[in-house]
Design a protein around this ligand. Structure first.
Ligand code: C2E
Ligand code: MG
Ligand code: MG
Ligand code: MG
Length: 291
């Protein structure tokens, strides 16, 4: 236990969060205003069937469109939002937009599921389940078209509080996804208590696994376990055609990554989809014996 604790708190020297510019950190006040001004919006990244290549869903990823600093990625403001409690407003802002977008797509015949990332802190907000239920009613979307992604490490750390909320959301029909699987320290016994519907393998076990045996073994065992638990299997971080082929051969159901598409604004999805359909032949599984 002591060793585990030490591992968890271990940080390599200089492993502070990566900064891509020299601008000062974002403040609580700036984010409060940005949320009110509608500057925080979802980009959407496709999730596709790994055998047919067909679009199955999208994941909403927060982007702060700052009028002076340009687009700010979530790593730069989600941790601060969690520390200050602004994460609750951010979650609602993201959910509202994602559900309204889901309703629009569905009304145009694009029957895709929309995934939303949840902070574990949201699961402890009194009335959270009721808020989401009201929201899906308002936007006339079905709960089974919405997937809630929760990071493995965060959910296990807060399991006691989160479990009841997650169970209620599942009963209402929402999909529940374990995000970044493989990066936490969760035991099967802990994970088995949560009624998850999907398991997303962290990209550190996906990209490059074709040339690294240890990664491949972990990847394959996670996929085998997930399919036996009847979870939808998703691989994130597919960047190359080699990654893609390996995941196809491993029996993974859904793929996501830069090879397929980067996160994009909602209005770019139709154009992407057209180009993607032209590309499908190169993504189809190779006939046996060819590789
Ligand atoms: P995540 O939920 O695991 O999302 C996947 C991240 O990997 C996204 O980064 C995505 O852009 C990136 N990604 C996708 N495909 C590839 C690939 O092929 N290669 C590489 N290297 N990266 C890829 P992003 O958008 O910067 O989001 C980072 C994290 O911030 C998310 O990780 C999620 O944990 C959190 N996040 C984003 N939006 C929200 C939100 O609305 N609410 C909450 N609570 N967290 C959010
Ligand atoms: Mg996610
Ligand atoms: Mg992830
Ligand atoms: Mg992640």
């Amino acid at each position: 236990d002591k060793l585990l604790g030490a591992l968890k708190t271990f940080k390599a020297p200089g492993a502070a969060p990566k900064r891509y510019d020299n601008s000062p950190p974002m403040t609580e006040q700036e984010l409060t205003q940005a949320l009110a001004a509608g500057e925080v919006i979802p980009y959407y990244q496709p999730k596709v069937d790994i055998r047919s290549g067909m679009l199955k869903g999208v994941e909403a990823l927060a982007r702060w469109m700052h009028p002076e600093r340009g687009m700010i990625p979530p790593d730069r403001f989600i941790p601060m939002a969690e520390q200050t409690g602004l994460i609750h407003e951010l979650t609602l802002v993201m959910m509202r937009q994602a559900m309204s977008q889901a309703a629009t797509w569905h009304s145009r015949g694009l029957a895709i599921k929309v995934a939303i990332n949840l902070s574990p802190l949201s699961l402890e907000v009194p009335g959270f389940v009721q808020k989401i239920l009201t929201m899906i009613d308002e936007h006339e979307v079905d709960a089974d078209q919405i997937v809630l992604e929760i990071t493995e490490s965060s959910v296990v750390a807060n399991l006691g509080n989160a479990l009841g909320t997650l169970a209620r959301l599942r009963l209402k029909g929402f999909g529940l996804s374990i995000d970044d699987y493989g990066t936490g320290f969760s035991s099967m016994q802990q994970l088995a208590r949560i009624p998850f519907t999907e398991l997303k393998i962290d990209r550190s076990f996906v990209h490059g696994a074709h040339s690294r045996k240890n990664l491949r073994v972990i990847l394959q065992s996670a996929l085998d376990m997930a399919s036996r638990l009847e979870l939808v299997t998703v691989a994130e971080g597919i960047e190359t055609i080699e990654d893609w082929r390996l995941l196809q051969d491993s029996g993974c159901a859904i793929g996501q990554g830069y090879l397929i598409a980067k996160p994009m604004p909602a209005n770019e999805l139709p154009t992407w989809l057209k180009g993607h359909h032209r590309r499908l032949p190169e993504l189809r599984p190779l006939p046996p014996g060819d590789g």
